[in-house]
Structure formats: structure tokens, C-alpha cells
Write a protein that binds this ligand. Sequence first.
Ligand code: ADP
Ligand code: ASP
Ligand code: MG
Length: 459
Amino acid sequence: MIVIKFGGTSVGDAQRVANAIDIVAERRERDPIVVVSALAGVTNDLVASTEAACAGDMERVNEIVERVRRRHEDVAMRLVQQKFDFFDTFLKNLHRQIEEIHTILHGIALLREITPRAKDKVTAIGEKLSSVLFAYSMMMRALPGEHVDSEEVVVTDAKFGEASPLMDATRAAAARVLRPIVERRHIPVMGGFIGRTKDGATTTLGRGGSDYSAAIVGAAVDAEEIQIWTDVDGMMTCDPRLIPGARIIERISYVEAAELAWFGAKVLHPKTIAPAVERNIQVRVLNTHNVASPGTLVSAEGDHRDAGPRAVAVKRGVSVVHMTSSRMLGATGFLARLFAIFGELQVSVDLITTSEVSVSVTVDDTHNIDELKARLEANGIEVSVRDDQCIIAIVGRNLMMDSMVGARVFEAMRGTPMSMFSLGTSGLNLSIVCDERDADQAVRAIHAALFEAPVGAAS
Ligand code: ADP
Ligand code: ASP
Ligand code: MG
């Protein structure tokens, strides 16, 4: 069994859905399970509709929902020929789902308030529609696609908007729901991004979470491979939107890929790797627009021949919290008390640097930093916060084995003020924090120094 996941751009319009179906057909012998994202842009539209409802702007809500409806109807019209019963059934399903979001959005508009639970119910519709559409379109092409409601398979906790799977329950559900379909030599098709709590509430796994769904399903059925089909040739030495000359990475280890994803390489959702590691399943990142490209293979071994830097990524929207206290000098237990405050407020920390009397950390700016600052200050800690920062991460195994790597990186940063830097003892990640407005130029300079340097130089 393999899991084949298509991202939003891979199912953006009728032609792309048709190409994606060809990709599935060519892999039929490997017993695929298909996981699809919402059509490109639809989740953004749904999020916008909840915001418009919150603002009481029903005109805008209707406009967005109508656009979503028309978009799916258009794709269906091209793929699922109208003379077939499939088309009517799909339209009925589409209209039922649209009615359901309308009801929820009306409720939100009345209350002028949205709960995370209601938001998940609305944003999940994108994947519900795309997966039904994909399954019907497969049937039109004489492929035995069978739609599976992802809520029947992926069981999660109740952290709406950022849910985590309950793997034992998910494994049992996958055995009950997916296996019999595969044993009939049919192809299950399910939406990514969505799960359901034990008591029946729809959850989502976080933006970009369909990759994570694919890995969860892969781990639940012990797939031999998880394929992530996207719009680039694989994991690359940098985001090709930022550096058009970025190179494909043929093989990479789980730890390197996870680190890159965590520090901003959007090609994989940061949580994707964990379920694959747990069951030792290889992940392949492939390009729907360039099927011949071998893509990137992510596995436990990665590429043994290749120590040193593999890629550079950038995570934006970061704040640096700098904390000073004279009580820290020679004191024991101080850091434990300090981080207990972070723990209580559920603020997660990415990077840390310390000196005798100060600690600096980076946190995502989505956290309530004012509250954090107030709590720290109430405990006698002086706090200063620097917003609009980014983390530039250079990732690779035994990164600093070649001393030229550090020299090249810092040379590339010449003239760009840095607010922190950190090198993990695992030698896997050299991270530099600087102003977000300097990010693009700094990443270009670092990429040029590490990956575009003449042969024989560090790379
Ligand atoms: P999908 O809709 O298929 O999930 P995403 O937009 O989430 O696609 O992820 C693919 C995008 O990730 C690419 O278009 C690319 O711009 C971006 N990206 C960021 N960093 C990297 C990287 N190191 N390698 C490849 N792509 C990257
Ligand atoms: N459709 C969801 C999103 O846009 C999940 C995904 O595409 O992976 O965030
Ligand atoms: Mg994605």
C-alpha cells in the first residue's frame, strides 16, 4: 500500500485533477490510498468567509460562498459528464455542504463571534468537496475510486484548529474502513486536513495539514511509502520562489527534513515526518507538473555520503524575547521558574541563547506576547521584545564539520544586523535571527555562499 497526497495546486482546476488521476492510475498496482487537499485557494476563501461573518458582512459571506460553489461546479462540469448520475449526486452533495456552511456562517454573523470549533467545521468543507469531486472524477475514468469520509478514519484530540491524531484509535479505524476497500482492489479517496474527535466534532490539523494527514494515514496502515505530490520538483536547497536556481535534494534524512519543515520550508507540513519516523516509512516529495522528475526521498538514512549544509529555510513572523535579571547570577532553578511561565501560557520556544544574566528566546508572534511580558515582569524579570524578526536556518548533518561553512555564512551576513544565533549540539541547524525585512537578501547571500560557490568549496 502507498499513500498518494495531492496538494491544492495539484488539484487547482479540471486539467490538474485529470493529471492527478493519471498519476494514481499509473500506481494502481501499489494499492494506493489517495489524500487530497482543498482546491487551491479554497481554504483561504473559507477562512475569509468566517472573518466576514464575524464582522457581520453577510454580503461578502454570500459572495465568497457563491464563488466556492461555482468553482466546484465548474470543475465537476468539466470532469464528471453531466449525462451521468455521478454529476447529479455530486451537485446534491455540493449543495448540501454549501447549505451547511451558510447556516454556520449565519450563526457566526448573529453572534459576531467565532469559536475554533465552528471555524473548523467551515474550513473542513474545502477538503470534503475536493475529495468527493476527485473520487467521482476517478469513476468517470473507469478507476474504482471510493470516497471515504476522513472523519471516519482520523481520530483526534479536541484542539480545534491544530488537532493531533489519537494513533491507536486511528489505526483501528483505518483497519476497519480503509483496508476492506483496498482488499477489494478499490482506491480509497479521502480529504486531508480533517479529523474528528471521539465525541463526533470535526477538527482540522492546522494550515497546510494535508501532508500531516497523509503521514497519519500512511502510519495507520503501515504503508510502504507516503508520496507528497506538489508543485515543485521536491525538497530543494531553498524555496525556489525565493531562489529560482535552488537545486533538488535527492535524498534527505528524516531529521534534516523535519528541521527544514519546522523552520519554514512549506513544502512539507512540520508535523509530517513524525508519523513516518514512528513506523519507518519513507516519504517521497514529487512534482505533479513534472512527473518524470525523481523528486526527493526522505528516509531514516538520508544521504550518508553527504555531510554538511543541505538547505536554507526561513521562518518569518518571529519575536525575540530578551530577559534579564540580576537574580540569575549563580542562582539555581531560575531558568526552570522562568520557563514554567512559558509552559503555563503555552508559549513554545524555538531558539534560546543565554549569558550570565540574560536569556533570549524566539517565539512565534501568534502568541500573546504582551501577557507573557506582564507575567515575566511580575516575577522581577526585565523584558524587552523585538518584533518583526525571522529565523534563517541552515540545515544539514554534521553541519560544522567543515569550518568553512561558518565562515561563509557569517561572511554572507556581513552588513546585516543579527539579533541572535544558535548552533544546536546535534550540528544539524545553524540558526540566525535578523530583521524580517532583511530576510530575502540574507537568504540569497547565504544560499549563494553555500550552494552556488565554485566546485571544491563547501557544499
Ligand atoms: P501544496 O499545495 O502542494 O501543499 P505548498 O504550497 O504547501 O504546496 O508547498 C509547496 C511550496 O513550498 C513550493 O511551491 C515552494 O514555493 C515552497 N517551498 C518552501 N521551501 C521549499 C524548499 N526548501 N523546497 C521546495 N519547496 C519549498
Ligand atoms: N487546505 C488546507 C490549507 O490550505 C490544508 C492543506 O492544503 O494542506 O491549509
Ligand atoms: Mg502544503
